[in-house]
Design a protein around this ligand. Structure first.
Ligand code: TYD
Length: 218
């Protein structure tokens, strides 16, 4: 597959704005995506929020397998499933929304594949290449960062203990390291331990200058 030609093809079709919210579980990205969507909506911008894994057929299969325990899956198979789910997302939701000129907020996108499947031993650069061949590059990636122990307190206080928690911690440390090491002109690392309002302000400040290319209603 010709990756460069494919990426250029996506780029040339682009209108709208694509923003990815990323980070380890418990970093607050879903909350921030929702708050930004409300703010954009109140200003008359057309906006969609999409979560991955998706509610499409492969996304549902991923959730089913996750419940059953990921032991059944090799890292490569897991990577392939997320890639297939993302192809569905691009075809069914992201592509059409961008073509309509919307602001598309991704609550997880392929940067999660780089971090989570990278933490399982796959090469993040290979994951990036495979994804950029099928999915548009985000205009902005907001990576919410916080210490793994704080994240675990936020998400695991209700369940998981002993070995479970230990295994989850080990793997999340690797996931966080990959997220934190990612750089690029379109990457912003945001301290997820800051007060909620301060984070919301920062997110708006990052997105606002990029809105010039999106048409607001009225
Ligand atoms: P979900 O229950 O939706 O969690 P969250 O609310 O934190 O997004 O499950 C998403 C899980 O799937 C999460 O642990 C990260 C993982 N994931 C990957 O491993 N690779 C990917 O490409 C994506 C999008 C998610």
């Amino acid at each position: 597959m010709d990756i460069d030609a494919s990426a250029a093809h996506h780029a040339s079709e682009r209108r709208g704005l694509l923003v990815a919210f990323e980070g380890i579980d418990g970093a607050g990205k879903s909350t921030q995506a929702k708050l930004l969507a409300e703010w954009l909506g109140s200003k008359g911008f057309p906006v969609s929020v999409f979560h991955e894994p998706t509610p499409g057929p492969v996304g549902l299969e991923i959730r089913r397998l996750a419940k059953a325990g990921r032991d059944e899956l090799t890292p490569r198979r897991e990577f392939e499933l997320f890639l297939e789910d993302r192809a569905w997302d691009v075809r069914e939701r992201i592509g059409p929304a961008l073509a309509r000129g919307e602001v598309v907020l991704m609550d997880r996108y392929y940067i999660s594949s780089m971090a989570y499947q990278g933490a399982l031993g796959l090469d993040p650069a290979e994951i990036l290449r495979a994804n950029e061949a099928i999915a548009p590059r985000p205009d902005l990636v907001l990576v919410f960062t916080l210490p793994v122990d704080v994240a675990l307190e936020r998400v695991c206080s209700r369940h998981a203990s002993g070995q479970d928690l230990f295994e989850k911690r080990e793997s999340l440390v690797r996931v966080r390291e990959i997220f934190d090491g990612l750089e690029g002109s379109h990457f912003r690392h945001i301290d997820a331990e800051a007060p909620l309002d301060a984070i919301t302000e920062r997110v708006r400040a990052e997105v606002e200058p990029m809105l010039a290319r999106v048409m607001a209603a009225g």
